[in-house]
Design a protein around this ligand. Structure first.
Ligand SMILES: [Cu+2]
Length: 55
């Protein structure tokens, strides 16, 4: 994944929502995590599956 765009992360207050855009160059399974110190260790992580597009 290319980290060349400020839209790839979002900071939101508790109970609020935000938007971000991730552009994946290939299909696959990718792990993601919060970059705030201690949050990864606290389990603020996840996994996303990117499917190949039909074109
Ligand atoms: Cu966090």
């Amino acid at each position: 994944m290319a980290h060349d765009d400020a839209l790839h992360m979002a900071h939101v207050l508790p109970g609020c929502q935000g938007d971000m855009v991730w552009n994946f160059k290939r299909a696959g399974q990718f792990d993601f995590a919060c970059l705030i110190p201690g949050h990864y260790q606290a389990g603020m992580t996840g996994s996303i599956t990117v499917l190949a597009s039909g074109h």
